[in-house]
Ligand binder design. Structure first.
Ligand code: ASP
Length: 336
C-alpha cells in the first residue's frame, strides 16, 4: 500500500497503514469475522480505504504481479465473483475463475480431492464460495496458500461484512455508537452473521428485525437486539440493512407469501419514517424489488448506499488480497 493512494481528507490513515514493526494482520486465511480482534478489522478497513481512493483516481499498481489467484465458486455469484476477479487483475495477479458447472465435482470428485488438485497447481490465493457452512475452512486445511471465504452456506461472508462496514464508515464517518438494523431473512443469511460479528466488535448497536420464523436462536447470544416488527426495530436507526429471502436455503414454508412478507417487512418510505432522517439504506444484493425492498427506497440516492457497497466490494477485496499475500510481495519487492 503506498501512502500516496490515501486520500488527503483522512490523514490518520497514513499512520494506520503499514504501521512500524509487527504484522498488523497475522492471519493466514480470512475464513470469517467471528473472533477477529477489532484492531485487525480496522486494519483491513484502512487498507481497503486506500484502495477505494486508488480506484477513484484510477491509480493501480500491479504490486501482486506474478501471483496466482483461483476463484472457486460452488454457488452462483455476480458481485462477489466479479469483484474478486477485478480486484486481483487491478493488482496485477493472474486470476482464474471456475464454477462447479465446468469442474470435475460434477463427475464425483470430493471437496478434499479438489483441494489437493488445486494445491498442486500452487496458487497464492484461493477464493472459495460453497453452499455448506464450514466447507471453506475444511478446504483451507488442505491448502498451502491463503484461503478467502467468499460465503459458506449460512455461516459467514467476511468480505461482504467488511465492504458494508467500509461503506458505513465512509458515509457516517464512524461505526462506533451507530444503531444498525439488519432486516429480513436473518436465519439463512451469512451476511447477517458476519455483519453482527463485525459491527458489534466495532462498537455499533446491532438490531435484527424479522418474523419469528426467520430469526435464529443465536441472535441474542451474538449480542443483537431482537425485534419482530419494523416500526420498533427501525426507530432511531442510523443504518438499515435489508436482506433477501434466501429461498435456496429454505426447507419448508417459513412465510405465508411474499406479498404478506412485503406488507409487514418490505422496506417502503413509510416504514423508513421512524429511522433517523439521514438514515442509510443498504442491501448486499441481489435485490428482490417488491419483496424485501420497494423500488422507490432502493433507488432513492439520498438514502441508498447500494451502489457504493458494490464499489467498496472491489476495494475491500483488493485490500484482502494485498494483506494476505504480504509475505510474498514484500519479499518480491525486496528482491527487486
Ligand atoms: N450475495 C449475498 C450472499 O452471497 C446475499 C444474498 O445472496 O442474498 O450471501
Amino acid at each position: 500500500m503506498t501512502n500516496e493512494s490515501v486520500p488527503e481528507r483522512e490523514p490518520y490513515l497514513r499512520a494506520m497503514i503499514d504501521p512500524p514493526g509487527g504484522n498488523p494482520f497475522p492471519q493466514r486465511h480470512l475464513l470469517g469475522i467471528e473472533g477477529l480482534p477489532p484492531e485487525q478489522i480496522q486494519y483491513l478497513l484502512d487498507v481497503a480505504e486506500g484502495y477505494a481512493a486508488a480506484q477513484r483516481s484510477r491509480q493501480f499498481r500491479p504490486k501482486l504481479r506474478g501471483l496466482t489467484q483461483i476463484n472457486l465458486f460452488f454457488e452462483a455469484s455476480t458481485r462477489t465473483l466479479m469483484s474478486f476477479e477485478i480486484a486481483g487483475k487491478r493488482l496485477g495477479m493472474d486470476t482464474v475463475s471456475f464454477s462447479v458447472d465446468t469442474s470435475s465435482i460434477k463427475k464425483g470428485e470430493t471437496l478434499l480431492d479438489t483441494a489437493q488438485t488445486l494445491n498442486a497447481m500452487r496458487p497464492d490465493v484461493l477464493v472459495v464460495r460453497h453452499g455448506r457452512s464450514g466447507a471453506v475452512s475444511l478446504l483451507a486445511q488442505k491448502m498451502n496458500c491463503a484461503v478467502i471465504n467468499a460465503g459458506d452456506g449460512q455461516h459467514e461472508h467476511p468480505t461482504q461484512a467488511l465492504l458494508d462496514a467500509l461503506t458505513i464508515r465512509r458515509r457516517k464517518g464512524r461505526i462506533h455508537g451507530l444503531t444498525i438494523a439488519i432486516c429480513g431473512d436473518i436465519l439463512h443469511s451469512r451476511v447477517a452473521r458476519s455483519n453482527i460479528h463485525l459491527l458489534s466488535a466495532m462498537g455499533a448497536r446491532v438490531r435484527v428485525v424479522a418474523p419469528p420464523t426467520l430469526l435464529p436462536y443465536e441472535c441474542m447470544r451474538l449480542g443483537a437486539e431482537v425485534f419482530t416488527n419494523m416500526e420498533d426495530g427501525l426507530k432511531g436507526c442510523d443504518v438499515v440493512m435489508m436482506l433477501r429471502l434466501q429461498k435456496e436455503r429454505m426447507q419448508g414454508a417459513f412465510l405465508p407469501s411474499e406479498r404478506e412478507f412485503f406488507h409487514f417487512y418490505g422496506l417502503t418510505e413509510d416504514k423508513l419514517k421512524p429511522a433517523k432522517p439521514d438514515v442509510l439504506v443498504m442491501h448486499p444484493g441481489p435485490m428482490n424489488r417488491g419483496v424485501e425492498i420497494a423500488t422507490s427506497v432502493a433507488d432513492n440516492l439520498q438514502h441508498s448506499a447500494i451502489e457504493e457497497q458494490v464499489e467498496m466490494g472491489v476495494a475491500v477485496r483488493m485490500g484482502c488480497l494485498d494483506v494476505l499475500t504480504r509475505h510474498l510481495h514484500d519479499q518480491t519487492e525486496a528482491d527487486q
